[in-house]
Design a protein around this ligand. Structure first.
Ligand code: SF4
Length: 423
């Protein structure tokens, strides 16, 4: 009888201990998953594009370059890993919603200054890993565009281009075929909207963009190479807010032989913005997912929902005073005016001399990067008072990063993400 009691007690204790162990294990895994999610761990739920691991992970792919200078109130002078260059503010389209409409005056980088900038960046390899050519205006209309791409890529720097896709001369095509990725802003899914909002004088441009995308994709296949990754980007407006329009975007992606499509929210020009409520748009997600999976077109809709949500709240202030991505110097931005400033948002919203580090028409990029003025400008940044920031997620990751964890996952991210060199 006593033995039976003891056995019962022992089994009870074993079962309780085991359950407790399972509960603890479960809570540990939950914490680990949350941690991975918060710090941009390796497999993120926002990953929808082929061969990539999500923008949050890109920071961790550069862990060994991080100097954590913002934690010491210092400014890093090491070369950046990713540079965004706007070669020109001139454009071959007239989009009414272009975020540059109110600031551009046809500026462009003079060819000698652009050439010297490319030389400076090449001299900073291997720290400098990638360049994004975008606008401002349409980067491919700059006379030095193709040569800049060839020189950068030949020196081991990866290039990504954001273009409206209208222009595709043989020279530009050859340059695109050397890039790691091309994002074509077709912006709308209907020809009528394209003509009304973007190209009133050349209605044929809409069909031309689809054709050019197809040409690039076919040429890439013919050359038996996996680059560039070709994406189609849409800016959803009130003309394209119906369910039908969202599905049509996927169809155009298939027709153009793009690798993926992405939806963006219209941030400027309130009169053309989507008027549907966020909750209604959210309901579209599973239907779009099913449709995109059936036709084999990867798409990024969640990013659009976030952006749309943020836009409806207008300015989302950050809790940070410092700007880690700028203070650690891993990202650089050169405007079409030649000005080197902390970031595109500051350039566009503030346009003030007090935010300029220097101008590449007067000094070399390296001189500007190492100047006292750059340090002074960066120390004046108060991120919580910044305009709409494109690096909020990256800055959040940087401000919470665990240095050991970051270095440990760096190699894994580099292997998993074909575009890890970009931020
Ligand atoms: S807008 Fe963002 S990236 Fe630019 S300086 Fe402010 S916090 Fe940094």
């Amino acid at each position: 009888m006593v033995d039976r009691k003891k056995r019962y007690l022992l089994s009870f204790l074993i079962v309780r201990t085991f359950s407790l162990f399972l509960i603890l294990l479960n809570s540990y895994f939950r914490k680990l998953l949350n941690y991975l999610e918060d710090t941009g761990g390796i497999r993120m739920s926002n990953v929808t594009l082929p061969g990539t691991t999500g923008v949050r992970n890109r920071i961790l792919g550069h862990a060994s370059r991080l100097e954590y200078s913002w934690k010491r109130g210092e400014v890093s002078t090491s070369a950046p890993v990713c540079i965004e260059i706007h070669p020109t503010n001139r454009c071959n389209l007239k989009c009414v919603f272009c975020s540059y409409n109110d600031i551009r005056q046809g500026e462009y980088l003079p060819v000698p200054a652009f050439r010297d900038l490319v030389t400076d960046l090449i001299n900073c390899t291997p720290t400098v890993k990638s360049v994004i050519l975008s606008g401002g205006g349409e980067p491919s209309v700059h006379p030095y565009f193709s040569e800049a791409v060839h020189r950068l890529v030949d020196a081991g720097i990866e290039v990504g281009v954001i273009t409206n896709g209208v222009l595709l001369t043989e020279k530009i095509k050859q340059a695109y075929l050397k890039c790691s990725w091309i994002r074509i802003s077709i912006d709308v899914p209907w020809e009528e909207t394209y003509v009304r909002l973007m190209s009133p004088h050349k209605p044929e441009n809409f069909k031309q963009v689809i054709k050019n995308c197809k040409i690039l994709s076919d040429e890439r296949r013919r050359l038996n190479q996996d680059w560039p990754t070709i994406g189609l980007a849409y800016i959803m407006t009130k003309d394209s807010q119906s369910d039908e329009a969202f599905f049509k975007c996927i169809d155009i992606g298939v027709e153009s032989k793009a690798d993926y499509i992405m939806y963006r929210a219209l941030l400027d020009l309130e009169s053309e913005q989507i008027t549907r409520p966020l909750s209604e748009l959210r309901e579209l997600l599973p239907k779009l997912e099913k449709y995109a999976n059936n036709v084999g077109m990867p798409h990024q809709f969640e990013h659009f929902l976030n952006e749309f949500n943020q836009n409806s709240q207008k300015h989302v202030p950050t809790h940070l005073k410092e700007c880690p991505i700028v203070q650690d110097g891993i990202y650089a931005y050169v405007a079409a005016t030649g000005d080197v400033v902390p970031c595109y948002a500051i350039y566009k919203e503030l346009m003030d001399d007090e935010w300029k580090y220097g101008n590449i028409k007067d000094m070399s990029f390296n001189e500007i990067w190492n100047s006292k003025l750059r340090e002074e400008v960066i120390k004046r940044i108060n991120a919580s008072a910044c305009p709409f920031c494109h690096f909020q997620v990256q800055n959040k990751i940087l401000s919470e990063i665990d240095e050991k964890y970051a270095v440990n996952v760096e190699k894994e991210i580099q292997m998993e993400d074909i575009h890890w060199k970009f931020l």
